[in-house]
Design a protein around this ligand. Structure first.
Ligand code: G3I
Length: 490
């Protein structure tokens, strides 16, 4: 399944064969599509020293929302279960396991050539009530914990790239959190957990993961001291997960320095749960600040060679955990609730080296509505007619060889409504089966889509989303040009 975006009139042609081969070899390139592809975030991250760019997924939208699925597949090369691999989800009753939701995310990741971070083996939160309220002593807790690692890490042995073996072990002042694990075993529980995980899944990278450890502070110092001690005693720990649940305008200034000091211990560092929340309602100033903040985080990671990847904590704002947890706050992710790319998306794209439209205006700031990166296109050479107040994205959602599903997004970039629109483009070697959100006709290679009677207008800043399924014969390229009411769209 692929989401391939194409910017009409300025198709990126810079991805050469060499790069494609390298990415394929690195296992991080999504399947090629019939259209010339715009770089995806996962491709760009792979070009930055083979880094991953990942997301947390949840099983419900994965099974029911094709847009969620296609973005998940196309843009991300790593996957973390948002909740499905937590103890409460896997073993809600003692000895009764519920593997299906976790499995389905792993199967999705395998099908889309994505690595998986296992989240999480030992945590104080989201424990089943039989465990939380069981009144177990230290010996029993150690045995339960080690058995859990044996069962879970054993079941998925070889499937996962990394495990968050221990999650959120620290208080803000750098002392150990008084979890049931700490109460039962003292700080030794951490060492026991890592040794057991390594014994069970010896090829997985083993991480300790926490929040509010982005900068150099009491909590990250506590973690640092623990990790030095673990390494000195030969405990198999390989990475630091810096969750990065951040607030707009408050990225710690020592973020990069902090990543570096952990890397200097010989460890991998991953940004594992990135989101940057704001007070609602969002406005363009906050969205721009958020874009800058995302860029700062990406740059901090890219500056340290052992910072091996970034995972954002979800795809779209609508499904984020933030509004449910922080009253009045939200909009922390790269896509809004309608899957429009936010300024933050463009900021990440640029920070990762995407340069679809060099010399164009700031790709995020003035374009929160979901068009592709880049602003104006002064050097563009769109032929064939007056340029219109429209911007068109062409996306191959899914390609199964002799057919494909496409999506076309028409955005009104002008200041007046566009009424009763007609979109025209050429797609040789393509045979329309079915089109929606417009009246579709095909005459040879010429396609015409007219506005549906129930939704004839695109308001300024809004977009119409069309979809179609077609057969194909041979190679299919994305249309060179789209016209809307006779005007060429950018
Ligand atoms: O599944 C039940 C559902 O049956 C019930 O009707 C509903 C009613 O509230 O709750 C549902 O469970 C919720 C679960 O998410 C799945 O949606 C829990 O209440 C809710 O507490 C839980 O929140 C998760 C949170 O971890 C729990 O601590 C968030 O989705 C998840 O994003 C969040 O993720 C954590 C990381 O694992 C660790 N780092 C911090 C991060 C953010 O808190």
């Amino acid at each position: 399944m692929t989401e391939t975006r194409h910017r009409t009139g300025r198709v990126r042609r810079s991805l050469g064969l060499l790069l494609t081969s390298a990415l394929t070899a690195a296992g991080l390139l999504v399947t090629a599509s019939p259209a010339q592809a715009e770089s995806t975030l996962r491709e760009l991250a792979a070009q930055k020293g083979g880094r991953h760019f990942g997301t947390a997924l949840t099983v419900n939208p994965l099974n029911s929302d094709s847009q969620y699925r296609s973005i998940a597949a196309a843009q991300f090369s790593a996957v973390t279960h948002e909740n499905e691999m937590k103890w409460e989800s896997l073993e809600p009753q003692r000895g009764q396991y519920n593997w299906a939701p976790a499995d389905s995310i792993i199967n999705f990741a395998k099908a889309n050539n994505q690595i998986v971070r296992g989240h999480t083996l030992v945590w104080h939160s989201q424990l089943p009530s039989w465990l939380n309220n069981g009144g177990f002593n230290g010996t029993q807790l150690r045995s339960l914990m080690e058995n859990h690692i044996e069962v879970v890490a054993g079941r998925y042995r070889g499937d996962l790239y990394a495990w968050d073996v221990v999650n959120e072990a620290f208080n803000e002042d750098g002392t150990f959190r008084n979890s049931i694990w700490y109460q039962g075993m003292g700080r030794n529980y951490i060492e026991y957990a890592f040794r057991k995980a390594h014994e069970v899944d010896p090829n997985a990278k083993l991480y300790i993961n926490d929040y509010n450890i982005e900068g150099i502070n009491a909590k990250s110092n506590g973690l640092y001291n623990l990790v030095v001690d673990l390494l000195n005693r030969g405990v198999p720990i390989h990475g630091i997960g810096i969750q990065s649940h951040l607030i707009v305008g408050q990225v710690p200034s020592t973020f990069q320095q902090n990543i570096q000091r952990f890397a200097d211990l010989g460890l991998d560092v991953a940004i594992t749960e990135l989101d940057i929340r704001m007070q609602m309602p969002a406005n363009s100033a906050k969205l721009q600040q958020q874009a800058n903040d995302y860029k700062t985080v990406v740059n901090a990671c890219l500056a340290v060679s052992r910072c091996i990847g970034i995972t954002v904590w979800g795809i779209d704002d609508e499904r984020s955990w933030v509004p449910y947890t922080f009253s009045g706050e939200g909009a922390p992710l790269l896509y809004d609730g309608q899957y429009n790319r936010k300024p933050a998306w463009y900021a990440v794209y640029e920070a990762l080296g995407g340069n679809d439209d060099p010399g164009g205006s700031d790709p995020g700031g003035s374009d929160p509505g979901g068009s592709d990166p880049g602003g104006s296109d002064p050097g563009g050479s769109d032929p064939g007619g007056p340029s219109g107040p429209c911007d068109v994205d062409y996306v191959v959602v899914n390609d199964w060889g002799n057919g494909f599903q496409g999506a076309i997004y028409i955005r009104n970039t002008g200041s007046s409504p566009i009424n009763n629109w007609t979109l025209q483009f050429s797609l040789p070697n393509v045979y329309l089966n079915n089109g929606w959100n417009g009246d579709w006709t095909q005459n040879g290679s010429q396609f015409t889509v007219r506005a549906p009677s129930w939704n004839p207008t695109i308001q300024p800043g809004q977009r119409a989303e069309l979809g179609f399924v077609a057969g194909k014969n041979g190679n299919v390229s994305a249309p060179n040009q789209f016209t809307l009411n006779g005007n060429v769209c950018s």
